[in-house]
Design a binder for this molecule. Structure first.
Ligand SMILES: *Cc1c(COP(=O)(O)O)cnc(C)c1O
Length: 407
């Protein structure tokens, strides 16, 4: 008998028992089958393990292959040489290197917004969302925070912190009726959603813009998945479609996917300088954690320059052509859209062994299963990039068709 108190969790917004209990056995299985925990070096877009197995990565989000672009590599090296320091560790609100400002101005011009950079979209969102929840980034009124059920995990992770500042609810996927009802009931509402999401869907940007106009709805878009890969100068899905570029639209994008470098950016419009300072000072990791280092900044400056040239639409076209070729060989539910991710459905029971056959044939695609996706919707996730060759894509599709043939 002990009189010491046992803690009972509320698990209102997260539940590790559940996530780990269900997810970890699949991760273990993936690793045992050589589909996770892989160590491999990259050369000429080919991955090689120490034992000599070579494979093409069809599970990488560098959709335009800018991560190994010679100008991006040179940009990183040049900036470190030019500034002579990798990261002069001090809070950015106290001292920042001129090169950080240079990058934010460059991205600001490129994406037509006031830009603050951070080390990752996850860390930025973790700091920014609670600031919105408390009404400080906004009009001073605490909003009801509506998180889309399929909002990226980095957004969902901010729920407990937001819930300490305001009311938090989760809505069904793109549930406009629910959002509208909340707009009628609450003084202020903020909806948190991916611009383009891992289900291959796109946020209902136009319908949301109407609610923004009518009710002053605030929308927090994470457009990490379509920045660079989509739109003129890589402006992304949301900004290609939304007329609302004002203080009711907050946007976060990673620079680590199609942009091809490291870091992330907050894109704001219509906020005053004091408000931008507030974000800089109180946006969590933005101030108390490290800044983008000089190599990442130099790489990003170079990538931003590429975004301004005719090379960007060329790379985008190459990506779309590769996606179209894949679609012509393996139809999926995502066929026809410009989103670079395809899910080739497999059963929960066999998805790992099928993934294993595919990597043995020289292509890495990631098996996805609960809790990454809902139970019963397992599959091999294929990610297309501009740098994959026609021959590689044809060979991948052949093996994919073979492994799923028995079904
Ligand atoms: C990949 C991704 C992230 C993670 O970006 P980091 O910069 O690596 O933290 C966040 N949100 C969405 C929607 C993503 O697709």
């Amino acid at each position: 008998m002990t009189s010491r108190k046992k803690i009972m969790p509320t698990n209102q917004y997260r539940n590790n028992d559940k996530a780990i209990g269900i997810g970890n056995p699949f991760w273990d299985m993936s690793e045992q089958n050589g589909l996770a925990g892989i160590v491999a070096g990259l050369e000429n877009d080919l991955l090689s393990t120490p034992s000599g197995h070579q494979f093409v990565n069809f599970s990488c989000c560098s959709y335009l292959n800018l991560d190994s672009h010679p100008r991006v590599i040179e940009g990183a090296i040049d900036a470190v040489r030019r500034y002579g320091v990798l990261d002069h560790c001090i809070a950015r609100s106290r001292v920042q290197l001129p090169v950080l400002k240079e990058l934010e101005e460059s991205l600001g011009e490129l994406f037509q917004a006031d830009v603050l950079s951070g080390v990752s979209a996850s860390s930025i969102s973790g700091g920014l969302l609670p600031l919105i929840a408390s009404g400080h980034l906004g009009n001073g009124v605490r909003p009801l925070m509506i998180f889309d059920k399929h909002a990226h995990v980095s957004l969902a992770a901010a729920k407990p912190a937001c819930a300490d500042e305001t009311e938090v609810v989760t809505c069904n996927y793109h549930d406009l009726e629910f959002i509208k009802d909340c707009c009628k009931k609450y003084q202020r509402v903020c909806y948190v959603v991916d611009g383009s999401d891992s289900l291959g869907g796109y946020a209902p940007v136009k319908e949301l813009a109407e609610l923004q106009d009518k009710y002053g709805l605030m929308v927090f878009y994470d457009d990490s998945h379509s920045i660079s890969a989509y739109g003129e100068r890589g402006i992304g899905y949301v900004r290609s479609h939304s007329p609302a570029l004002n203080e009711n639209t907050v946007m976060v994008v990673t620079l680590n996917k199609a942009f091809g470098t490291s870091g992330a950016a907050i894109l704001l419009n219509g906020y005053s300088q004091p408000m931008l300072r507030l974000v800089e000072r109180f946006g969590g990791g933005l101030n108390y954690s490290q800044n983008l280092n000089t190599a990442a900044i130099g790489a990003s400056l170079a990538s931003a320059e590429i975004h301004r040239t005719a090379e960007l639409p060329m790379l985008q076209k190459k990506l779309y052509d590769n996606i179209a070729l894949f679609d012509s060989l393996i139809p999926t539910e995502q066929s026809g859209n410009t989103y670079p991710i395809r899910l080739v459905p497999m059963s929960d029971e066999t998805v790992i062994s099928e993934g294993r056959q595919v990597i043995e044939a020289g292509f890495y695609v990631s098996p996805v299963f609960f809790p990454i996706v809902a139970k019963g919707t397992a599959g091999l996730r294929v990610m297309m990039r501009a740098g994959q060759t026609e021959d590689q894509i044809r060979r991948l599709c052949k093996i994919l068709a073979e492994v799923r043939a028995p079904q």
